[in-house]
Design a protein around this ligand. Structure first.
Ligand SMILES: [Mg+2]
Ligand SMILES: [Zn+2]
Length: 265
């Protein structure tokens, strides 16, 4: 079992732009999108836009082709592969959708690096059009912070991840994100965890307003090269700390428990 769980946002964190905007803009539907945006939640609008695309004759294959050429910094894929090779448990928490994310990750050949993709369901229906649904459902009661969109609270997802890994107290979480919706999960992290906010992006601005509200250690980054450097340094640092801690316990423990000395075993 891996001691480090790295949670990535997707849009503007793994890929360089917002995948929803990228698809709409590249297929020439920006004006209609902007016209409808004030009238409904973003998630419902994306579902509506997929209906518009379908009725204008845009095929699933054309959407896939657009997704495959989404801009991504050349160091992001190596960073993800390196973190995976170092034994980290990698997960995604995103307000995009399963169809967009899986198409892009499969194309980049890194889908298998992730143990979990938490995002809005996206699937092709019997008419051959893409449906995009809310992650929680819109009638999920608000959790009081007023920070999150109606279809998804990333903080609740982080709580679920924390509950699922807390059987082992030695687990450390690293959260990498850029957007305002990454702030709620950042508030849930513990002292032993790390947040990696993208510098000068909304989550970084929110953290800077009152950094003491975030218990985890803050490590900013600004582009893919930076993300790779900061993330790999953190993973190496945590691994070293955990190794030292396990040696300390095994040498100095008088508690009567059955400790395994790392030098003898
Ligand atoms: Mg983002
Ligand atoms: Zn939330």
């Amino acid at each position: 079992m891996s001691a480090i769980v790295v949670v990535f946002d997707f849009d503007k964190t793994i890929v360089d732009c917002d995948s929803d905007n990228w698809v709409i803009d590249e297929l020439g539907f920006t004006d209609l999108f902007n016209q409808l945006l004030p009238t409904m939640p973003w998630n419902s609008l994306m579902d509506r836009m997929m209906m518009e695309l379908h009725s204008q004759g845009i095929t699933i294959e054309e959407i896939e082709e657009v997704l495959k050429r989404i801009p991504i910094h050349p160091r992001v894929v190596p960073a993800i592969k390196a973190a995976h090779a170092l034994g980290c448990d990698l997960r995604i928490v995103s307000d995009a959708n399963t169809f967009f994310i899986e198409t892009i990750l499969t194309h980049l050949e890194i889908k298998d690096c992730f143990s979990e993709i938490n995002t809005n369901p996206g699937y092709i229906n019997e008419e051959g059009r893409l449906r995009i649904l809310p992650y929680h459902g819109f009638n999920k009661p608000p959790h009081g912070l007023g920070l999150c969109p109606p279809n998804m609270c990333k903080g609740l997802i982080i709580e679920r991840i924390q509950d699922s890994i807390c059987v082992d107290e030695s687990k450390r979480l690293i959260y990498v994100g850029d957007g305002a919706w990454d702030y709620c999960p950042n508030l849930r992290l513990k002292e032993r965890d790390f947040v990696m906010p993208k510098k000068d992006f909304p989550v970084w601005d929110l953290i800077c307003k009152d950094p003491l509200l975030v218990k985890a250690e803050i490590q900013e980054w600004s582009d893919g090269e930076d993300l790779e450097r900061v993330l790999i340094n953190l993973i190496n640092r945590i691994s070293k700390e955990e190794e030292e801690a396990s040696q300390f316990i095994s040498l100095d423990c008088n508690c009567g428990c059955v400790c395994v000395c790392v030098f003898c075993s």
